[in-house]
Design a protein around this ligand. Structure first.
Ligand code: PGA
Length: 254
């Protein structure tokens, strides 16, 4: 049932690009993705959300954030709330990216609270999950994915999670140049899909886009997308260059 799900190509710029650089990128990108089928997303630094959302208005490019706080507002110096992101024009937010989990100590519990807040306030969560090299070596990949899914999505209904997208990003493949092989990524995606089917519903599992992330390049993107349960890609390094991002978008529709 792969064809029932939209193809999603998402860039994650991390802590890169000034407003001027970001605007130049998006202005050049827009005409090149006009007729493209599928969704094109860019998760950008907070400072670039408003200008890029304005520039992308009416196009098929969705601008999003890379993080948010779980509180609705208040005395949380340095944090940004879901409603602020929506107000600035963000259409989605990455939650639980491995850099947030590992460099900034975000726990499963906190990520769950963020997912709940995103759903409640009306911004689409793009939940990132994935195992470390040590966990994979110990044969614990599925256990880790299951723990992250169970914790992040607990108590939420299929209806509440209608806008959810999930990215499987093995930690050992992020920024390392070491991509998971298509079959290894497919195995994890198929596990995630069956987990969604048994914990939410088959209908929900069939329609939820599952993205792969971790050292995706124009050289390996197409092969990954040919797998039955890989509906899209979350791209870090290769999304910073217009040429490689556009090439991945163009190669993604087949
Ligand atoms: P990468 O990053 O493509 O540079 O490996 C992916 C990500 O962190 O989302």
């Amino acid at each position: 049932m792969k064809s029932a799900r939209p193809r999603v190509i998402a860039g994650n710029w991390k802590m890169n690009k000034t407003v001027e650089e970001a605007l130049a990128f998006v202005r050049d990108l827009l005409p090149q993705i006009e007729g493209n089928a599928g969704d094109v997303l860019l998760a950008v630094p907070f400072t670039a959300i408003y200008p890029l959302a304005q520039a992308a208005e009416g196009s098929r490019l969705l601008i999003g954030a890379q993080n948010m706080n779980d509180a609705s507002e208040g005395a949380y110096t340095g944090e940004v709330a879901a409603l602020m992101l929506i107000d600035a024009g963000a259409k989605f937010v990455l939650l639980g990216h491995s850099e947030r989990r590992h460099l900034f100590g975000e726990s499963d519990e906190w990520i769950h609270k963020k997912v709940v807040r995103a759903v409640k306030d009306g911004i689409a969560p793009l939940l990132c999950i994935g195992e470390t090299l040590l966990e994979r070596g110990d044969g614990r990949t599925k256990e880790v994915l299951e723990r992250q899914l169970l914790s992040a999505l607990s108590g939420l209904s299929a209806e509440e999670l209608a806008s959810l997208r999930i990215a499987y990003e093995p930690v050992w493949a992020i920024g390392t140049g070491e991509t998971a092989t298509p079959s290894l990524a497919q195995e994890a995606h198929s596990f995630i899909r069956s987990w969604l089917s048994s914990h939410l519903s088959k209908e929900f599992a069939d329609k939820t886009p599952l993205l792969y992330g971790g050292s995706v390049t124009p050289e390996n993107s197409r092969q990954l997308l040919e797998e039955a349960d890989i509906d899209g890609l979350l791209i870090g390094g290769a999304s910073l260059s217009l040429d490689s991002f556009v090439k991945i978008v163009h190669d993604s529709t087949f």
